[in-house]
Design a protein around this ligand. Structure first.
Ligand code: ZN
Ligand code: ZN
Length: 314
């Protein structure tokens, strides 16, 4: 089968055997490229088949999204229903430490599969994972209908966060930089601004740099909350501005579930009720054969890409 891996920072299309062993065989329909893929490749990730934002068809024909992360079920995190912080979330993750979804086929434990409603656009399947990331982050804090929030950064995570906040009735602004980001925000009916206002109840840092963090601190009201999405790839320093306002900083990684709630199920529900999300976010579609080009486009800030998806059947 065709699959995409990286060696020495370079993406390549390779030929691999169809996976055998435990789990269900999934025929991948679509798979997204994530900013963290680019960081991991640069950091030397090699050998493993890439892709953690994907879904496809089971052998009995169900369209499913895949939760890429593992969970052991016995560590303190798992026992307190916080599997996002289980060590196996990373050490048994498709596309990071196990073969991922940038391939024609992948084997996945059945507990990681989430059925999509009939008629779902296969391009949406790969968006369930980043939407679950966003849902998890928003669920880490308490934000009520009518409260004000700002999202700093209008890449895919920022735009998806703004879309979920809007879906919940939160009054949200998003700080964008590039024309295609303003266009995507418009498609989602979200107010995009060049500069954040002041005194938001909550700010969402979807960039995780010093600059975006400082913007969030100055935009948040005293005793408001600041949510950090994803990874801090370079250290970020705290400031007295943050201390004087007693801002609550909340980190968010991956997704979670307990007996009553699952971030993946909620992400599927949001996607199902908001059909405009897929068209606004998935700006580029490539065939799996064009993987090298697709990664170049995803990495180029001037390409106009928000989310690049690859399809096995294009
Ligand atoms: Zn991702
Ligand atoms: Zn665990």
């Amino acid at each position: 089968m065709r699959a995409v891996t990286a060696t020495s920072g370079q993406v390549q299309l390779v030929d691999r055997d169809i996976p055998t062993g435990n789990g269900e065989l999934i025929t991948v329909t679509s798979s997204g490229i994530c900013g963290s893929d680019l960081h991991l490749i640069e950091a030397g990730l090699s050998g493993v088949i890439l892709g953690h934002e994907f879904g496809g068809l089971t052998e009995d024909g169900r369209l499913v999204a895949v939760r890429p992360t593992g969970e052991c079920g016995t560590c303190p995190s798992c026992l307190m229903h916080a599997p996002s912080t289980c060590p196996e979330a990373t050490t048994k993750a498709h596309g990071i430490s196990q073969d991922g979804g940038l391939a024609e086929f992948v084997r996945v434990e059945s507990s990681r599969l989430f059925a999509l409603p009939p008629g779902t656009d296969p391009a949406s399947v790969g968006l369930v994972e980043p939407l679950a990331v966003v849902v998890h982050g928003i669920n880490r804090l308490t934000l009520h209908r009518g409260q004000r929030a700002v999202v700093v950064g209008a890449g895919s995570i920022g735009l998806l966060a703004a879309a979920v906040l809007k879906d919940r009735g939160v009054d949200v602004d998003i700080v964008a930089r590039h024309p295609h980001q303003f266009a995507a925000a418009e498609q989602l009916n979200i107010t995009a601004v060049e500069k954040a206002g002041k005194n938001y109840d909550c700010s969402f840092d979807a960039v995780c740099t010093q600059q975006s963090f400082d913007q969030c601190v100055s935009a948040t009201r005293p005793r408001g909350s600041l949510l950090e999405f994803g990874m801090v790839w370079s250290p970020v320093a705290l400031s007295n501005n943050f201390m004087m306002k007693e801002i609550n900083i909340i980190p968010s990684i991956y997704y979670s579930h307990d007996n009553e709630h699952d971030d993946f199920a909620e992400a599927i529900d949001v996607l199902h009720r908001n059909h405009n999300i897929t068209n606004a976010i998935v700006t580029h579609r490539f065939a799996l054969e064009d993987a090298e080009h697709a990664f170049t486009v995803a990495a180029d800030r001037k390409s106009g890409a928000i989310k690049v998806h690859m399809f096995t059947t294009l």
